[in-house]
Design a protein around this ligand. Structure first.
Ligand code: GDP
Ligand code: MG
Ligand code: ZN
Length: 334
């Protein structure tokens, strides 16, 4: 392992050089622990805390390192290593933390592709997929959809699933795979070039850790049986972690998310292009498209030119985001 194999590049080098302190060295965050980060410097892994200054300067969790981030470290003699700064990100996948508070969480930073995984069993849900797609477009990474557990489904089930996914994800690569048997994994090769970072996302039990182990060719992550009763996965993976594959790609495994809530509306238009296009033609500025006369979206929905389920999903997400916005401004005022 060296800095380059971790994804270090001239742009990051320039960003590091601009920092005031020349003795700081770069490292990539491979895991997050309570109050500290496990960082790989290319030569070794070390545990670093954030300096008081970095904590003080940060007004949101977005300002602190997440897995995949490049940081500047102070590893001076006779002191515990510290994270002094987070270098500029080329992408960051975030979500709203589950629960009533308006808090954001960095899931992974500097990722090229988000592998959005669903399994062809109880987990399959295109409405959830829309949320992951919107969050991915917002992140700056490119989504790839993986339909896992091919070995457990028949061809009719696959075709049906593929049709449903294509309806909500036109233009996004959709691959059927079996993380267990290895079927279809050759289709992942274009996304696993050296220095490429990917993030595995999806509910518990869809097979993220199984896929990582298969790609790694070793049992690096614990996996667990899906509960028979409800087909739900157990939360076996407890924290996010970055792994390096033999071929040079870097993979972030994540715990399943019980709830995928968006943090901002930035990816909505990309996830719902047909609705975003219509919204642009609406003659009312700031229209919420909720049934006002003359609203272009409302007319298209009534005429059946837009699928009702897509429209409802879009409205639901918009409403959630408005609620988060309200919570945020309440919080700010305090
Ligand atoms: N039949 C089958 N089972 C799989 C496949 N991928 C994962 N599993 C099983 O699904 C369960 C959950 O997998 P795991 O990797 O822990 O899911 P994670 O929560 O997404 O990390 C385990 O029992 C795996 O063996 C697959 O492609 N086919
Ligand atoms: Mg797992
Ligand atoms: Zn409108």
């Amino acid at each position: 392992m060296n800095l380059k194999t971790l994804g270090w590049n001239p742009e990051l080098q320039r960003a590091l050089a601009e920092l005031e302190e020349r003795r700081w060295i770069p490292g990539r965050v491979v895991a997050e622990h309570r109050g500290a980060w496990r960082v790989h410097t290319g030569e070794r892994e070390l545990l670093a805390r954030a300096t008081g200054r970095l904590r003080h300067k940060s007004s949101s969790p977005l300002d602190l390192p997440g897995v995949g981030d490049w940081v500047a470290l102070n590893t001076g003699k006779n002191r515990r290593p510290t994270v002094e700064a987070v270098l500029p990100r080329r992408s960051v996948f975030v979500r709203k933390v589950a629960g009533l508070h308006a808090k954001v969480q960095v899931v992974a930073a500097n990722i090229d592709h988000a592998f959005l995984m669903m399994s062809l069993d109880g987990d399959f849900n295109v409405r959830r997929l829309e949320r992951y797609l919107a969050a991915t477009w917002e992140s700056g990474a490119v989504p790839v959809i993986l339909l896992n557990k091919l070995d457990q489904s028949d061809s009719a089930e696959r075709d049906e699933a593929l049709k449903l996914v294509e309806e909500v994800a036109a233009g996004t690569p959709i691959l059927g795979i079996s993380a267990k048997t290895g079927e279809g994994l050759e289709g992942l090769a274009p996304f696993l070039d050296a220095q490429q970072t990917i993030c595995l996302l999806g509910s518990s039990g869809v097979g993220k850790s199984t896929l990582l182990n298969k790609l790694k060719g070793a049992q690096v992550q614990v996996t667990a049986e899906v509960r028979d009763k409800d087909g739900k996965g157990r939360h076996t993976t407890t924290h996010r972690e970055l792994f390096a594959l033999e071929g040079g790609a870097l993979v972030v495994d994540t715990p399943g998310m019980r709830e995928m809530r968006l943090w901002s509306s930035a990816g909505l238009a990309d996830a719902f292009p047909e609705i975003a296009d219509l919204a642009d033609t609406c003659k009312y500025r700031d229209c919420h498209h909720t049934g006002d006369e003359g609203c272009a979206v409302d007319a298209a929905v009534s005429a059946g030119r837009v699928e009702a389920e897509r429209w409802e999903a879009w409205l639901k997400l918009t409403k959630e985001l408005q609620e988060i916005e309200a919570l945020r401004s309440k919080y700010k005022r305090r």
